[in-house]
Design a protein around this ligand. Sequence first.
Ligand code: ARG
Length: 568
Amino acid sequence: PATDPFPVDPLRFVRHVGLLVDLEVLLQDRLAPALEAVAGHPVDPAVRVSPHADFQSGAPLALARELGRPPREIAAEVAAKADLAGLAEIAVSGPGFLNLTVSGSALDEALRATAADGRLGVPRTTVPRRVVIDYSGPNVAKEMHVGHLRSTIIGDALARMLEWLGDDVVRVNHLGDWGTPFGMLVEHLIDRGGDADHSISDLTAFYQAARVKFDNDDDFRRRARLRVVALQSGDPVSRELWRELVSRSERYFLDVYARLGVTLGPDDFAGESRYQDDLDGIVAELGEKGLLTESDGALCVFPAGFTGRDGVALPLIVRKADGGYGYAATDLAAIRHRVRALGGQRLLYVVGAPQRTHFEMVFAVARAAGWLPDVVTAEHIGFGSILGADGRMLRTRAGDTVKLAGLLDEAAGRASAPAIGIGAIKYADLSGDRRGDYVFDLDRMLAITGNTGPYLQMAHARVRSIFRRAGRPAGTITVTEPAERDLALVLLGFEPAVRAAAGSAEPHRLAVHLHDVAAAFSAFYERCPVLRAPTEEVRRSRLGLADLTARTLHTGLFLLGIEAPEEI
Ligand code: ARG
C-alpha cells in the first residue's frame, strides 16, 4: 500500500475533528436558516466558489421564481436575515446573486488550522468502506498496451486517494492468464526447450511466433488443442509450464509497475485462472435461478434492458457451444468472490470504454443472481483512448500497437530525470476527464509550462528552494494582500477537491486543483516578496503560505502517484 508522506499525528487529528476548515460548508450552514425563513421550507444554499467574490449563492434566483417575486428583493431579504458575523460580508449582486466575501479573521483561522494539520484539513472518513479496485489487468505473454497503461495509472490514483481518505482498499490485478491461447503458448514453449526464463526475451515476439505456427502448421494446431485439454484437466507437466509463463510475465509487469511508481505488488495478482473451479457452480446457480437460456448451443443470460442497435436482446454468454467458459463467466465468479470472500462494499473496474456494456451486463446478471446485493455498488470506471498525432489509435509506423516499455523509455530519456518523464506521462493521463481520448504528445507532456506534470513538479521544487534560502521556519499566517487572499482561498479548496476526485473517481478534479494552486502561488510570489518582506512578521506569514503550498502540491501529487522531488 501507498505510504503517507505526512503521516497523521493522532493527537493533532483528534484536536481538529469538528474544526471546520471547509469555508463552503460553513457558509452554507449560516445561509440556510435565512433562506428557510424567507421560503418557509429548507432551501439548498448552493454556495460555490466564484470569480466575482470569494463565494456566491444563486439560491435567491430559484426562490424568486417559486414565490413569484423580484429576485433582488428576495436576495436583499436573505442578506438581511443571514447571520454571518465573524465569517463573511454579504452583498446582493447582478440579477439577484449573493456575493460572499470571507472575513480576514475567518480566513486566517481556517488557514492556521489547515497548516497545523498533518493531513492539511482532510479528515479520515469515520465510516471506512471496503473498496475493491480492479485495475491494470494485462494479459500473460503479451505486451502491456496503452489501454493497460491508462487503467494502471488511473486505478492507482484512485487506490491512493481512497486509501488516504481512510477507506479499506483491496487492489485486484485481474490478469488474463487463462483460456485457449495457453494451449498454443505452452506447446510453443515446449518446442523452444521448455524453459521460459531462458527461451523468452520478448514476450510479444514469443506470442506472435506461437500464433504464426498455430495459423500455418496443422500438426502444431492439433498439439495446441490437446494441450488446452491437458491444461484444463490439471495435467501437472502442462500446469508447470503454464505457471512458468505466468510468472515470467508477472515479473515483467512488476518491473513496469516499479518504473511507473505504481502501488500494485506481487500479492495483488488475482488472474482469471483463480476462478476456474468456480465456473461450473456459477452456471449451475444461474440455471437453478431460471436465468439461463440456450442459444445455438451456448448458455446465455439475457439481462433486462440490454438490446443491440437492432433492438434485439443482447446475450451475456456464460458457456460457449464447445463447453468452454469465457471472459463473462470469469467476471461473474470474480464479482461473487469480491463480495463474499473479500467483503467488498464498493467495486470499481478501471477498464476502457469499449468494455462498458460487458460490465453493465455482468453487474445486472450478478444482481439478478443475488451475488451483488443492493448495498454493494459496482462501477465501471471507463476511459477513452490514447491517440497518435494523426488523431487515430496510437500505432507504430509499422501499424503495430505501441509497446508501453518503449514509451516509458522515451519519456524517461528525454526528461532531465526519470521521475520527470514518468510524471509527465502520468499527469497527462490524469489531468483530463478520463472519459475523453487524448493525443499522446511527449513534447506537450514534457513542457514546463501549461497544465503539465513537469510544471507542477517545478512549482513544488521552487517553493521548497525558498526555504533553503530563507534559513528560518514558517510562522503564523495572517493574510492581508489581495494576492495572499487569492492563494489562501485556493489552498483551502484542497479538501473539497480530493473528496470530489475520490467520490466520482475523477482524478482530473484533483489535478486541476493542483494546477490552480501552482498558478495562484506564482501570482502571489510575483506580487508579494517573501524573503524581502517589509517586516519579519510578514515574512514569516508568507513563508507559512509557501510551506502550505509546497505540502499541498506534494500531497496532491503523491495522491496522483507522481513524485515531487525537492530539487530539479
Ligand atoms: N485482461 C483484460 C483486457 O486486457 C482486462 C481485465 C479487466 N478486468 C476484469 N475484471 N475483466 O482487456
